[in-house]
Structures are given as structure tokens and as C-alpha cells.
Design a protein around this ligand. Structure first.
Ligand code: NI
Length: 131
């Protein structure tokens, strides 16, 4: 059995890339991931899973839109948690910060589908190992 803890501030300090999640823990079939955030993400949808966010630093806003295109934005600051329900199209935006995510292993950062061009600073990934 491995008995190695992960320190979140140290883990965040170990990489700089924004919107490029690192897996810090796995629990049952879920991954706990952290990411630096800055700028607009891309509109995307996870068809089969909710997505949990905890803001570790800074601010992180999540715009969501329903099937008729009506937008709602939730504004999150350090310490706030929010769950995007499965099937809801969403686009995170951040002036800078860091988040922790909890979602099934293999969940893509850009969803099962996305709308528009994925910015080159947004990593489309199921998460990277911590270095
Ligand atoms: Ni998402």
C-alpha cells in the first residue's frame, strides 16, 4: 500500500499551465484533479456525469446555458463549491485562480462535445499525473 500524501499548494506550485488538470488522488472510480484557471474555457457538455468544483484560489465563474440558449452564470470565489449537473452545457471563465475537481476517471476536460474552437491554452485531457 502506498502511503504518500499530496499537499495541494505544493502540487499547484509544481506546474504552471492553465486549464491542464493534474490528478492528485483517485477514490473508487473518481479522480480528484486540480487546475490553474485563467481566461475563457470552451462551451462543453458532459453527457453522463455531474462535475464538482471547489475554488482553491482566485475566482472562477461558470456560465451555463439551457436547451433554448438562456444563460446563467454562477460566480465562485475561494472556498466556494458548485456542481454542474450532467448534460448542462457550461463554460468556465476566470480572471486567475485554481480549482479542485471531482469527477469519474476518464472524464474529458472539454466534455463529450464542445461548441466552438478550443483555445490553444485549454488542454483537452482526462488529466495528467502530477510530476
Ligand atoms: Ni466541464
Amino acid at each position: 500500500m502506498e502511503a504518500k500524501s499530496v499537499n495541494l499548494p505544493a502540487a499547484l506550485a509544481s506546474f504552471d499551465a492553465v486549464y491542464s488538470p493534474r490528478v492528485v488522488a483517485t477514490m473508487n472510480d473518481y479522480d480528484v484533479k486540480i487546475a490553474h484557471t485563467a481566461g475563457d474555457h470552451v462551451w462543453h457538455t458532459h453527457d453522463d456525469t455531474d462535475e464538482f468544483f471547489l475554488v482553491l484560489r482566485g475566482r472562477f465563474d461558470i456560465a451555463m446555458r439551457d436547451s433554448v440558449g438562456t444563460e446563467t452564470t454562477v460566480v465562485l470565489k475561494e472556498g466556494d463549491v458548485f456542481v454542474v449537473p450532467k448534460g448542462i452545457e457550461h463554460k468556465p471563465t476566470s480572471p486567475g485562480g485554481a480549482v479542485l475537481m471531482f469527477e469519474p476517471s476518464g472524464t474529458s476536460s472539454t466534455g463529450d462535445s464542445h461548441d466552438g474552437v478550443i483555445p490553444d491554452y485549454v488542454d483537452s485531457t482526462t488529466g495528467h499525473e502530477l510530476a
